[in-house]
Structures are given as C-alpha cells and as structure tokens.
Ligand binder design. Structure first.
Ligand code: NDP
Ligand code: GDR
Length: 331
C-alpha cells in the first residue's frame, strides 16, 4: 500500500529534501503551503507536480485539521516554523506563535483527525543554547538563549507530552545546524557562499558578518532528512540528537569558502556589530551516538569541506546567471 505523508514547511530547505526522499521511496506526498502574494517554490520547483499541496497556515488550527483530514497521513513531518534565530528577537511574539504554539496546533489536528499517524517534530540544538555540557546529547539539560530556542523547547516538550498523555507516536529530532544550496540566504553559511560567488564575479565587494568565533556542528541537510524518516520507522517513538560531532567556527567556514575560489577572506570580510546577537550561542557540538546505534544512521556522509564546496559551486552558478542578466540589460 502506498504510504501517505504530510509535510509542513515543504517550501523550506528541509521540507524540500524530505519531499525528494519520500517521493523516491514511493510515498504520496502532501505539502502544507501558506498563501503568499507570489509563489515561493524555488526549492521544490523540480517536484512541484508530484506534490499535492494543501493551503494552510500552522497558526490556523482549522486549516491543519482540514490538511490532516484531506491527506489522511501515515506520517506527519512538522517542519514549519519561524526558523531564523536573529528574527526571533525582533519578532518574539510571532516566533512564539509560529514556532511554539503551532506545534500544539499540529498535535491537536493529528490527535483529533488521525491519532495513529506517526508524528515528527523538528526540534533544535538551539534548545541547548548556553553550554551546560559538551558534547550535547539527549540527556543534556536545555538552556535556550533566544526566543526561538525557548519556542523550540515548548514544542519539544509538547511532543513528549502528547506521547505520554495520549500514547501518540511522536518523535523529535534534535537536529544540529545543517546546510545546503537550498539554505535561506540570511543564515550564515549561505550568506557566506552567496557572497563568495558574487565577490568572485564582481557583483559584490565585501561581506559584513557578526561573530566570527561562533562554533557550530554543521552537517548536510540532504543527509539529515533521512534521519527524520528513520525515526518514524522505529517500533517506538523517541528523541534523537542528529549531528556530526565535529565543530568549526564561522571564521573557518569563511576561510575555506573564499579559498575555494582563490581568494583570502581577510580581504573581504568586515565585522559588523549589526549582526551580533543579543545573547550568543558560542558553541554547539552534538553527540549522535544514539542515532548511530538505534537508527543505524551514518553521520558525515558529506564532509564539512565538501559541504562548503558544493554550496560555493551552486552559488557560483546562480551568480553567473545574475551577471548574464545584468549584461543583457546593459546591451
Ligand atoms: P526554513 O526556514 O528553510 O523553512 C521553514 C518553513 O516553514 C518554510 O516552508 C516556511 O514557509 C514554513 N512556514 C513558516 N511559517 C509558516 C506558517 N505560519 N504556516 C505555514 N508554513 C510556515 O527552515 P529549515 O528547512 O531549515 O528547517 C526546518 C525545521 O527544522 C524548522 O522548524 C527549523 O526551526 C528546524 N530546524 C532547522 C535546523 C537547520 O539547521 N536547518 C536545525 C534544527 C531545527 P514559507 O516558504 O512560506 O516561508
Ligand atoms: P543558527 O544559524 O542561529 O545557529 O540557527 P545561523 O546560520 O543564523 O547562525 C550561526 C552562527 O553564525 C553567527 N553569525 C552570523 N549569523 C548570521 N545569520 N548572519 C551573520 O552575519 C552572522 N555572523 C556571525 C551567529 O551569531 C551564530 O552564532 C540555525 C537555524 O537553522 C535554526 O532554525 C536551527 O534550529 C539552528 O541552526 C540549529
């Protein structure tokens, strides 16, 4: 029988890779999509005709009830959120609604319409925030450092609570940073690779960044969505840290990315306090032992250097198109 999956956040980085994976596996994929004045389909253009879209917003319970009813899913992947940490200080209330309370909306929609569906919640390493222990594992206490992190802690515990209260199959993936060419351009990795490409092609002259010493455990998004699926194939629901176990600084990311196009980052990167965070998360490093042992998952299929290179290559292609368009307009 064809399995059916409902993905919220399907237009984002992870939703698009997860949709690729589930389609490859023969799933019927439903995607919750909110109304926008122009379509935001960049990440899913290639599979647009294979997905059945359902219009809805995670802040609107009635649309979620309709989405679960219409899709009648075996598996629900709840990826939609206001996911940018920086914005969570300028829009803390919206972040609370979209990233925290909406998880309850989704859990309620599933509980009411399809209580035996398996539910995946996109939890985050930002829940660890201030370092209590390194590396962080499933038992490490949470100490979030942003309204986003606080919102994710709420969503995480609500998923645990629905599992314990209603015996629902709810699993959370505590995912550490994962990147790709489909990453939004405001996130630091893509901001860097986009700038590297534009600087190399003469479209930009400098790159303004905040804290270059922040350390992150960066993986490749395409490798990480596989874990989301694996979590829902287990006999029992549970929570898992998904990470590579390896850390690098923002500075190191810059160094490798610029070097790949024969440039020295020190000639172009400018530190700009406008990009400092009100409360920084200095270091995140995950311990994926549980996922390796219980899910049979392999971290670091794609190495850090390879990840940086594939992002730079993708942005070089995009910058080339931009440059050609500028030249043709000038003619
Ligand atoms: P993105 O920001 O790329 O995607 C977010 C998605 O959520 C988009 O599809 C967006 O839709 C959708 N969305 C936002 N608000 C609403 C709303 N009100 N109603 C419906 N849809 C909405 O995030 P990622 O793909 O990177 O991350 C996926 C999830 O995983 C998020 O919950 C994120 O917080 C979490 N996470 C991500 C990590 C990472 O490193 N990438 C690590 C740990 C957790 P639209 O296109 O319309 O804006
Ligand atoms: P993060 O990712 O906050 O870890 O959240 P982001 O790429 O935004 O920041 C990583 C680190 O880089 C530092 N930094 C900058 N960040 C941005 N965006 N822009 C800059 O100019 C800049 N300069 C330095 C930041 O201070 C930070 O320390 C991501 C999101 O995907 C979340 O949704 C997810 O939950 C976590 O990863 C795990």
């Amino acid at each position: 029988m064809t399995k059916r999956a409902l993905i919220t956040g399907i237009t984002g980085q992870d939703g698009s890779y997860l949709a690729d994976l589930l389609l490859e596996k023969g799933y019927k994929v439903y995607g919750l999509r909110r109304r926008t004045s122009v379509p935001i389909l960049e990440n899913i253009r290639h599979i647009e005709n294979e997905i059945e879209f359902i219009e809805g917003d995670i802040q609107d319970l009635s649309s979620l009830i309709r989405a679960v009813k219409q899709s009648d899913p075996d598996e629900v992947y709840n990826l939609a959120a206001q996911s940018f940490v920086g914005t969570s200080w300028t829009q803390p209330i919206l972040t609370g609604h979209a990233t925290a309370l909406s998880v309850t909306n989704m859990l309620e929609a599933v509980r009411i319409m399809k209580p035996d569906a398996r539910f995946y919640q996109a939890s985050s390493s930002e829940m660890f925030g201030k370092v209590v222990e390194t590396p962080q594992r499933e038992t490490t206490p949470f100490y979030p450092r942003s309204p986003y992190g606080v919102a994710k802690v709420y969503g995480h515990w609500m998923t645990v609570n629905y599992r314990e209260s209603y015996n629902m199959f709810g699993s959370s993936g505590i995912l550490f940073n994962h990147e790709s060419p489909r990453r939004g351009v405001e996130f630091v990795t893509r901001k860097i690779t986009d700038a590297v490409a534009r600087i190399k092609l003469g479209l930009q002259s400098e790159l303004r960044l905040g804290n270059l010493e922040a350390m992150r455990d960066w993986g490749y998004a395409k490798d990480y969505v596989e874990c989301m699926w694996l979590m829902l194939q287990q006999d029992k629901p549970d929570d898992y840290v998904i990470a590579t176990g390896e850390v690098h600084s923002v500075r190191e990311f810059c160094e490798i990315a610029f070097k790949y196009v024969d440039l020295d980052y020190r000639d172009y990167v400018v530190t700009d306090p406008a990009f400092f965070r009100a409360a920084e998360v200095d270091l995140l490093q995950g311990d994926p032992t549980k996922a390796i042992n219980q899910l049979g998952w392999t971290p670091q299929k794609t190495s850090f250097v390879k990840l940086v290179q594939l992002m730079v290559e993708s942005d070089l292609k995009k910058a080339e198109i931009t440059r050609s368009e500028i030249y043709s307009l000038r003619k």
